[in-house]
Design a protein around this ligand. Structure first.
Ligand code: AMP
Length: 188
């Protein structure tokens, strides 16, 4: 099963993606984690991506799409994968379509984790991970980028019929149950 997770910063997307992939036995591909890893390792992609991450801006579509296309061909993706944080723009959705077509793969379900913006702000300003992009200015920027560039993807996938909106409010376990039910996985 091949899945995409869409959700604003602070929606709990990463946590829920990790839980779901563990229970489904598919690969969890977080583009944010990949980029942070590349920055930490000082790879050419990391050097290119660093200032975008620090400013809460998106790295160029082609850069991230090439990383994802390579990543989904790894051995751990044989039974499927969950893309957490990609696509994040309409052009990235096109690039994903192209990559999947080249690999003779399909996108099954797109989970949209929904959390109101005042709750996102509350969560992001109180989380203690110490991410370099969790300063108030950068948080505002990331939320604006989501609203302008990523939120339109919901319409695209709704038109295609594979969007599953999930209420991201409440206890983590309850959200996890709703996510599992949305993808029709074990225990739902
Ligand atoms: P995340 O951990 O998903 O919140 O991503 C953290 C940062 O990584 C974002 O603010 C962007 O700078 C970058 N990033 C992650 N995924 C993408 C993507 N699909 N396209 C462009 N930039 C991305």
């Amino acid at each position: 099963m091949n899945l995409v997770f869409i959700g604003p910063p602070g929606s709990g997307k990463g946590t829920q993606a990790a839980r779901l992939t563990a229970s489904l036995g598919i690969a969890h591909i977080s583009t944010g984690d990949m980029l942070r890893g590349a920055v930490a390792a000082g790879t050419p992609v990391g050097v290119q991506a660093r200032s975008f991450l620090d400013q809460g801006a998106l790295v160029p579509d082609q850069v991230i799409a090439a990383l994802v296309e390579e990543r989904v061909q790894a051995a751990d993706c044989t039974d499927g994968f969950l893309l957490d944080g990609f696509p994040r723009t309409l052009p990235q959705a096109d690039l994903l379509d192209g990559a999947l077509e080249r690999l003779a793969q399909e996108l099954d379900i797109v989970v949209l984790l929904e959390v109101p913006e005042d709750e996102l702000l509350r969560r992001l300003t109180s989380r203690g991970e110490g991410r370099s992009d969790d300063s108030p200015d950068v948080i505002r920027r990331r939320l604006a980028v989501y609203r302008q560039q990523t939120a339109p993807l919901a319409e695209l996938y709704a038109e295609r019929g594979n969007l599953r909106p999930v209420d991201g409010m409440g206890a983590m376990d309850d959200v996890a149950d709703r996510v599992r039910a949305a993808v029709g996985g074990p225990g739902s």
